[in-house]
Design a protein around this ligand. Structure first.
Ligand code: M6R
Length: 606
């Protein structure tokens, strides 16, 4: 995350940058900074903390100029201080850049640049971009940026300006960038709301696009320098719709944001060459004998997937607790316990109190958390941020899949460190994890979404629902049931498929839709036997099957196909289909999915 704004035209750039950044603070507020110029000089001002710190200073001593770039930061590399704030400039101050994303190979690039005489001021990965552009610069800023980007690996939305040029050069890969087209003025931003006060004519840049902005126009190319055509879209969203990115609801927007959220969770942490995972945490993987995972609601189900993954891949005993139970059950904790708390908000009071309980017993603590700077992060020994971005919809979607992906990485990291996974196994899983953003993108293909919608509408008037899954996908069934009941108010039970015969089977009749997670796995045959048990009692089977599994489709009344994924990462892909099933059921029933009755996004009472 991080927010970017750029402007070239006739207005005072500072005003455009500050008003645009104010709409992007949701993307990060560790620091803010602007560079303002006029094509002959550039002045930079940046400040740690919220945008108000910077805008207060700028109100007292404004920067004059009609060209500028601005940034609001969510720190990934380097402390959130003034020095690490963007923009970053070359030593002579002639080239200034801002960046959103992560440059994965920045360390090796930085070493090379230092060896060639460059001096770095910040600890950021982004600063290498300024130096690479400086090295490649021979009078043509666009060309220098293009050559520099050819050397980097990772994610970027980058915006660059040079003291000698009245132009802004920008490019994106993975990180979003939208361009606003005005009359005699041009804009750039990470998201539409930043620009709506100025123009409604927008060009959505694609991965691999580069753009040069002048006062009266723009030119788009690919990274090879070939011209690219992109349409100018007229955005007629009102302010609220703009915040929802044109989707009807935050929940749907967040479901569709999952490929990007997963990229942000995984990026910079997986190293294919060595099969290693770098989580940037101080925890000693040998210093504990058991793990307690503690969380509430959806985060608890992510923890159940975590239990399965860690036990399978790292062979450490794990127990998972609902936080409200953990804190009062006098748990057995010692210095050899690692307590892992999982939370989107980092504020859930039950989880926070459970964390305190674990600390009292001497446990080491690690958080799998989304919200930066939240209460839990201030009390944890270490935090593994999931970087899913703000989640507004009360029903958690992208935070869940990002949490599960974080557990995939944690299990891999522990397995490698403790010698239970060899390099080949680790590489295989690492590859499977890397595939997740692409697989989730595929899971959101229009024809799949249409099929889920059809099935949701067919069963929307059911009184009850049953969800079944096995192994690493048992929690997928629990989470699917929770999603459905939260937003559609249909009673739903999630069960381990093998447990159905010990009770819930009594519920089955012709009116009960039973969703069975039956994607590729070593236990698939057993799950299919459970499907037969449902059918024998006239239950309606909705099967989640891996692409191409026509054999097992015969046993189902309705099939939702999902992209094939490695079993260990399949809960991420499978969850997406069940989120959509819940979503379309709720909308078919006319429910307010973003604000379901009786619920709150962050539960800070017991
Ligand atoms: O912010 P947290 O992850 O700690 O929240 C935990 C639960 O309250 C949360 O997951 C809740 O169950 C969601 N509404 C589920 O969609």
């Amino acid at each position: 995350m991080c927010g970017i704004v750029g402007y070239i035209g006739t207005r005072q750039a500072q005003d455009v940058l500050i008003s645009g950044l104010a709409k992007l603070e949701y993307r990060g507020y560790d620091s803010a900074g602007v560079a303002v110029g006029d094509g002959a000089c550039i002045a930079v001002k940046k400040k740690a903390g919220k945008l108000a710190n910077l805008s207060g200073e700028l109100a007292e001593s404004p920067l004059a100029g009609t060209l500028g770039i601005g940034h609001t930061r969510w720190a990934t590399h380097g402390l959130p201080n003034d020095t690490n704030a963007h923009p970053h400039a070359t030593e002579d101050g002639r080239i200034v850049i801002i960046h959103n994303g992560i440059i994965e190979n920045y360390l090796s690039l930085k070493e090379g640049l230092i060896a060639r005489g460059h001096t770095f001021k910040s600890e950021t990965d982004s600063e290498v971009l300024a130096h690479l552009i400086e090295e490649a610069y021979a009078g043509d800023l666009y060309e220098a940026v293009r050559v520099a980007l050819g050397q980097v690996r990772g994610a970027y939305g980058i915006v660059v300006t040079h003291v000698d040029h009245r132009e802004i050069v920008a490019a994106r890969t993975v990180s979003p960038l939208v361009m606003g087209v005005g009359e005699g003025e041009m804009f750039l931003a990470s998201d539409v709301p930043a620009l709506l006060a100025y123009t409604r004519n927008m060009v959505f840049l694609h991965d691999g696009d580069m753009v040069v902005l002048h006062d009266d126009g723009f030119r788009i190319t690919d990274l090879a320098g070939q011209p690219v055509e992109r349409p100018i879209d007229h955005i007629d969203w009102d302010a609220e719709a703009a915040e929802k990115g044109g989707f009807d609801t935050y929940m749907l927007k967040e479901i569709y944001e999952q490929p990007q959220a997963l990229t942000n969770t995984l990026i910079g942490r997986l190293h294919d060459d060595t099969g290693e995972v770098n989580l940037d945490i101080g925890l000693d993987p040998q210093s504990f004998k058991r793990i307690s995972i503690i969380a509430c609601g959806t985060a608890y189900y992510a923890g159940l997937v975590g239990e399965y993954l860690i036990e399978q891949l790292a062979r450490i005993p794990v127990e998972v607790d609902v936080a409200s139970e953990y804190r009062y059950r006098n748990p057995i904790v010692s210095e050899q316990t690692l307590a892992v708390v999982v939370s989107q908000s980092g504020e859930t009071i039950d989880t926070l109190e459970a964390l305190r309980e674990a600390k009292k017993g001497g446990a080491k603590t690690l958080g799998v958390i989304n919200a930066k700077g939240s209460s839990m992060t201030r009390e944890l020994d270490d935090t593994l941020y999931i970087h899913a971005g703000p989640e507004i919809g009360v029903a958690s979607t992208k935070a869940y899949t990002s949490m599960v992906s974080a557990f995939v990485m944690l299990a891999l990291w522990l397995g490698r460190a403790r010698g239970t996974l060899d390099e080949t196994q680790a590489r295989d899983l690492l590859h499977a994890a890397r595939e997740l953003p692409r697989l989730v993108e595929e899971a959101l293909a229009p024809e799949r979404v249409e099929q889920i919608k059809r099935v949701a509408e067919k069963y929307a008037h059911a009184r009850d629902y049953l969800f079944l899954g096995r192994g690493v996908n048992a929690p997928t069934a629990f989470e699917g049931a929770l999603k459905l009941k939260e937003i559609s108010y249909i009673h739903a039970e999630g069960y381990a498929a093998g447990e159905m015969k010990h009770g819930p089977i009594a519920l089955i009749d012709a009116n009960l839709p039973v969703v069975v997670v039956a994607t590729e796995s070593r236990l698939l045959e057993k799950t299919i036997s459970n499907v037969q048990e449902v059918r024998a009692r006239s239950g309606q089977v909705i099967a989640l099957l891996s692409d191409g599994d026509t054999e097992n489709a015969r046993h189902a009344d309705d099939v939702l196909y999902v992209p094939r994924a490695h079993e260990m990462v399949s809960p991420v892909v499978n969850a997406v289909a069940l989120q959509l099933l819940a979503y379309f059921t709720a909308t078919a029933l006319g429910k307010d999915v973003d604000k379901p009755r009786n619920l709150a996004k962050s539960v800070t009472v017991e």
